[in-house]
Design a protein around this ligand. Sequence first.
Ligand code: COA
Length: 332
Amino acid sequence: MELGARAAVLAGIGSWLPPRIVTNEELAGELDTSDAWIRTRTGIGSRHVSAPGTATSDLAVEAGSRALKSAGAAEADAVLVATTTPDRPCPATAPEVASRLGLGTVPAFDVAAVCSGFVYGLAVASGLIASGSARRVLLIGADTYSTILDPADRTTRAVFGDGAGAVVLRAGQASEVGALGPFDLGSDGAFADLITVPGGGSRQPVGGDRYFRMQGKKVFRRAVAQMAASSRAVLERTGWTVADVDRVVAHQANQRILDAVAAELGVPAGRVVSQIERVGNTSAASIPLALADAALGGGLRPGHRVLLTAFGGGLTWGSTVLRWPDVAPVAG
Ligand code: COA
């Protein structure tokens, strides 16, 4: 195989949602909000929330084992966990996940790019494969936002849910169905404070605010503009037009954001994958969860030309493309 022709090919996909479902009505019983407000402003009807004591690695192991099963693989050469809610500040969550999955002493590390973490992780995994450092990579997007939300913050409590999604990427040829295309990645740290957990890091090691804070309105506008711009950039690099795209799988932050990105790009609503009504915003897990859900539901079919685009804290963003392969997702 020629080094230059090596590409990362999607070989399996798995997902995991904690069983407990929290409806808008349940939130409205506790906070000053309503089903009507949440549905109208976000399109979310319910979200999954982990049982107290559950850590992100617990979700990651569930999704990771399902992705390996979907790929028919018992081994991987590297494990990446994209997350904003690691089990602890140190060490990273991925080594423990690799160990619990029985993958031995393979390289394992976390990817910290908030809601863009899964797309950043795809880019890192592609690089490991293209350089010949790995032949099979397990990438897991997993988040347990219920552990960092302010119980009194009606806005973030309405939006975020817990979950994990994972893919297995194998070395293959760029011309194969399932091969990841080029990437567009970016960041703008001048707006780091728009989405932040201020405390618990080296800036405020003690006494700081440990809850997730988001300036929703300011983030909304940037999310739409940046996902549309990044999508255009990656399509141009791929040589696809917007009309070539069969499915857009964007980070599931808000149904109004998905609608606005589609309108901005000129993609018909029927080509936009959305799972947000049932899961809310699951951060790094949202794209693999939506892919698995759409593939299982028949909305995403082998051969479809798929555009992936994400936006999140950092600020960060990223996009890539692939033709959807004939894989059988394993969901839980
Ligand atoms: N229930 C009822 N009212 C609520 C509410 C809730 N759950 N959350 C906020 N409100 C109120 C606000 O207090 C505000 O009231 P005011 O006008 O009296 O001040 C009003 O609704 C409007 O709030 P605002 O924050 O402007 O709402 P919004 O329409 O922007 O929706 C988000 C909030 C978070 C849903 C939306 O801004 C969003 O999705 N932002 C982008 C998130 C994103 O893209 N993240 C990407 C990375 S994760």
